[in-house]
Design a protein around this ligand. Structure first.
Ligand SMILES: Nc1ncnc2c1ncn2[C@@H]1O[C@H](COP(=O)(O)OP(=O)(O)OP(=O)(O)O)[C@@H](O)[C@H]1O
Ligand SMILES: [Mg+2]
Length: 264
């Protein structure tokens, strides 16, 4: 995947609803891109610090401490070849969040602080909330991927975040060029009527945005983090979960390339 003039492509995995597989998608997308030998940085912005929980890796140089001005130089954790990780700082994100709230969107502090990051691809895992951190992330990224679980509240969560992103962009509170790259079904039980109905509803409502590859409920996807692994390394990638995520990630990468071409 090429990007214009060596500039980073930044993607947030975002929805305010909890448990939609934001972290699972962020980790696996970052890993898949790294396996395609692109330099990827995975940033955790969630107080729950679930990427740290998964890989048992943490560092004083984290997002909260950068926002709070406690560290000035970036140091990243190397998770695997081509894949770096920048932890959130966990609870320190509470203070960082209230500090960000006191700044003006116009000043784009978050975006400016991260402006020296030059990895080809930056992927941000986000918290299940809608806050000033979310808005600042929207001002920093180029694209948003919205994950959704095919149940009633999942659908409604998807609807909410799509409206909130639009409203924020229209409000012109800050300069926000983020576009929704797509909606990814991250947990579906295709044999149930509910799952089928919700999938159909998502297709009708966001036909251009919904990724075709649906991630089904899978034990391997649930097990991989317990072994501190992404889905492609877990059980040497010989799982249905790895196959599904491989197809979804390829579809995401193709869409990024298309969007980049369109914007030239
Ligand atoms: N396709 C799947 N099949 C089975 N389990 C899954 C699947 N996708 C994700 N999970 C599991 O669902 C749970 C929630 O996933 P995850 O932590 O990625 O969601 P999240 O949106 O990041 O949650 P939060 O809102 O708390 O940050 C985890 O235990 C994860 O392993
Ligand atoms: Mg999470």
């Amino acid at each position: 995947m090429k990007n214009r003039g060596g500039v980073s492509i930044k993607i947030a995995v975002m929805t305010m609803k909890g448990g939609q597989a934001k972290t699972t998608l962020a980790i696996n997308l970052a890993s898949r891109i790294a396996k395609a030998r692109r330099e990827v940085l995975l940033i955790d912005s969630d107080i729950q610090a679930n990427v740290t929980t998964t890989f048992k890796r943490d560092h004083h140089c984290n997002l909260a401490n950068v926002i709070l001005g406690r560290v000035s130089n970036f140091e990243f954790i190397e998770l695997e070849r081509h894949l770096s990780f920048f932890p959130s700082g966990g609870e320190a994100m509470v203070e960082a969040s209230s500090y960000l709230s006191q700044t003006r969107f116009k000043d784009a502090l978050f975006k400016n602080l991260l402006s020296s990051i030059n990895h080809k691809i930056v992927i941000i895992d986000t918290a299940p909330s809608w806050s000033d951190v979310s808005r600042n992330i929207l001002m920093y990224v180029d694209y948003v991927i919205v994950p959704v679980v095919t149940d009633y509240l999942g659908f409604s969560g998807c609807d909410q975040i799509m409206s909130y992103i639009d409203e924020f962009k229209e409000s012109k509170l800050g300069q926000c060029k983020a576009e929704v790259l797509g909606i990814a079904i991250t947990r579906s039980q295709p044999r149930t009527n509910l799952s089928q109905t919700i999938t159909e509803g998502l297709r009708e409502r966001w036909s251009n945005l919904l990724f075709k590859r649906v991630i089904e409920e899978s034990v391997s996807i649930q097990e991989a983090p317990a072994f501190q692994q992404n889905i492609f390394d877990y059980r040497k990638g010989r799982t249905r979960g790895a196959e599904m995520y491989d197809q979804l990630c390829k579809e995401i990468m193709r869409r990024i390339i298309e969007r980049q071409k369109d914007s030239l």
